[in-house]
Design a protein around this ligand. Structure first.
Ligand code: HEM
Length: 140
C-alpha cells in the first residue's frame, strides 16, 4: 500500500505534469532509444503520439492516486496493448528508471528528493498493478 504522504506528494505533482508531461515522456523515449534499445524495439509497430499517451496516463495516475478505481478501465486497455507488444514484468524497473531520469532531466531543481522518492514508490505500485493484470491476460 502507498502511504498517505506518498499519495499527497504524487498528487501535488499533477500541475507540473500537466505542463511538462509530454516533454518528460519525449525525453524518456529518447533516453530509451539510447540506453535500452531492446525496449525501444518493442515500440516498432506503435502509432504516432506515444509520448502524449504515456504523459496523459501518468497525469491521470497522479490525479487519481487516491481513487485507483477510476483508472481500472484504462489500466485494462493499456495492459491489453502491453500484452500485444510482449511487455514483460522485468521491463518495468527499467522503464521506471528511465522515467525518473527523464523527470530529473526536465524538472531539475523543481524536483526535490522527497518527490523523487514518492514517485519511485508510486511507479513501483502502478507497475505491479499492470504486471498482475498482464499475468491474467497472458494466462487467458
Ligand atoms: C507504469 C508503467 C507504464 C505505463 C503508465 C504505460 C502506459 C502506456 C500507455 C498509455 C500506452 C498506450 C496505450 C494505447 O495505445 O492506448 C502504452 C503502450 C505501450 N507500452 Fe506502456 N506503460 C508502462 C510500462 C511499459 C513498459 C515497462 C513497457 C516495456 C517496454 C511498455 C511498453 C509499451 C509498448 C510497446 C506500448 C505500445 C503498444 C502498441 O502500440 O500497441 N510500457 N503504455
Amino acid at each position: 500500500m502507498l502511504s498517505e504522504n506518498t499519495k499527497q506528494i504524487v498528487k501535488a505533482t499533477a500541475p507540473i505534469l500537466q505542463e511538462k508531461g509530454v516533454e518528460i515522456t519525449t525525453r524518456m523515449y529518447a533516453r530509451m532509444a539510447e540506453e535500452q534499445p531492446e525496449l525501444k524495439a518493442l515500440f516498432a509497430n506503435t502509432r504516432d503520439g506515444q509520448a502524449e499517451r504515456l504523459a496523459s496516463a501518468v497525469l491521470a495516475y497522479s490525479q487519481n492516486i487516491d481513487n485507483l478505481d477510476a483508472l481500472q478501465a484504462s489500466v485494462t486497455a493499456i495492459a491489453i496493448k502491453h500484452v500485444g507488444a510482449e511487455v514483460k514484468p522485468e521491463h518495468y524497473p527499467l522503464v521506471g528508471e528511465l522515467l525518473l531520469a527523464a523527470m530529473k532531466d526536465v524538472l531539475g531543481d523543481a524536483l526535490d528528493e522527497k518527490t523523487i522518492t514518492a514517485w519511485a514508490e508510486a511507479y513501483t505500485f502502478l507497475a505491479n498493478v499492470f504486471i498482475d493484470k498482464e499475468k491474467e491476460l497472458y494466462k487467458a
